[in-house]
Design a protein around this ligand. Structure first.
Ligand SMILES: Nc1ncnc2c1ncn2[C@@H]1O[C@H](COP(=O)(O)OP(=O)(O)O)[C@@H](O)[C@H]1O
Ligand SMILES: [Mg+2]
Length: 367
């Protein structure tokens, strides 16, 4: 965002969102949820709590939402009672107004975290083990196609950033996102961001459009922040046509579901592929699925890592866990103690680890 845009927006936000400004400014808060003008919740460290903040009344809350809609060239009214917008500073806002929202105007503002993690941080806070960090690093070195799976707020994007930053030098990376969130420090990287349709429904540029462009821009690795539509098909095809080391995130509860989800999304595409052909493409495209999870103690960890090896005898995807979360014990302070452990399965590409003389002995995969 330019400084001009930034300051206009900051001014505007001060005017409309005064009562929740301190919450938006608080670095520790990742999400602000307005359930009604006098009921405002926040998320801090993965936990949700109610605040004392309130708007004077429903009218002023509604005015705030109207103003936000206007400032991004959209509207929210009887005809269009929902607003999905990206604010100039990157925040994502979703609002629903009555009568659809029964308690009154409801908003959630998702603040993108600017916290940049490294593998070292993950290991230090117990979100993954040293071996897992090293294994994922190896996957980046070897150019494996990796899907990061998880629920909303499970830490997918954060993990994707870390993985991106482990891509070996000398490649051309293209990053495609809905809202620019990924923090990729790399010498040769091109960032693309989608555009929503304007109030007349025109001018939309989708992830899929940008992925198609990317393929004509000589990428080595394509990174899709969040795969949630038919662009899944182009991504899978890119992965199958020599673009090694592509990455993306998908919304799913476990690695096997992530693959099924990807298939369902890809089916929404042009559909010139038979189901069988599509399934073969997916099986050939994805190498590794990393599951991110948010646990009841508020911690976010890598919950499992699985390899997609093709198909089982019965025709289902053969998703083989390489690492799974071990037993978790509740500590007196409420935290959950435990860690991710190898399952005893050796990755099918172990020979590549040996061939590249990467010091990661077979014994590390022993259960
Ligand atoms: N391993 C972690 N430990 C602690 N906080 C984390 C971890 N991973 C992510 N976070 C924080 O959790 C929030 C949500 O993470 P994000 O990566 O945006 O999730 P997702 O992309 O799955 O919605 C961010 O504020 C981020 O800084
Ligand atoms: Mg995300």
């Amino acid at each position: 965002m330019s400084d001009d845009q930034g300051s206009i927006f900051q001014e505007a936000i001060k005017n409309f969102l005064g009562p929740i400004l301190p919450l938006l400014d608080d670095e520790a808060i990742t999400e602000v949820m307005v359930n009604a003008y006098d009921e405002i919740w926040v998320e801090v460290k993965g936990k949700i709590r109610k605040t004392n903040a309130k708007f004077p009344d429903e009218d002023s809350l509604r005015a705030a939402v109207n103003n936000i809609a206007q400032s991004v060239g959209r509207r929210i009214d009887d005809e269009e009672p929902r607003l999905d917008a990206r604010l100039p500073n990157g925040y994502r806002i979703h609002a629903v107004i009555p009568p659809c929202a029964r308690k009154g105007t409801t908003i959630a503002i998702r603040k993108f975290s600017t916290v940049q993690f490294t593998f070292k941080d993950y290991v230090r806070i117990g979100a993954m083990t040293k071996d897992v960090a090293q294994f994922l690093d190896i996957c980046m070195k070897l150019g494996k196609n990796v899907l990061v799976s998880g629920g909303t707020g499970s830490g997918k994007t954060t993990l994707l950033s870390v993985l991106c930053n482990r891509i070996p030098k000398g490649q051309r990376i293209i990053v495609i996102e809905d809202s620019s969130e990924l923090q990729v420090e790399y010498e040769h990287v091109v960032f693309f961001e989608t555009r929503m349709a304007d109030e007349h429904g025109l001018g939309e540029v989708t992830i899929r459009d940008l992925l198609k462009s990317s393929l004509r821009l000589r990428p080595d690795r394509i990174i899709v922040g969040e795969v949630r539509g038919s662009e899944a098909l182009e991504l899978v095809q890119a992965m199958n046509t020599g673009h090694k080391g592509c990455l993306g995130t998908v919304h799913a509860n476990n690695p096997a579901d992530a693959i099924v989800r990807l298939e369902a999304l890809a089916q929404g595409g042009d559909g010139q592929l038979s189901e069988k052909a599509l399934r073969y493409q997916i099986a050939g495209a994805i190498d590794i699925v990393v599951q991110a999870s948010r646990y009841p103690d508020g911690s976010r960890r890598v919950a499992s890592i699985a390899e997609l090896r093709g198909f089982d005898k019965d025709g289902t995807y053969d998703v083989v866990p390489i690492y799974n979360m071990g037993r978790l014990t509740k500590m007196p302070d409420g935290s959950l103690k435990g860690q991710i452990e190898p399952t005893g399965e050796l990755p099918s590409f172990y020979y590549e680890i040996e061939d590249n003389q990467i010091p990661f002995p077979k014994t590390k995969f022993a259960a």
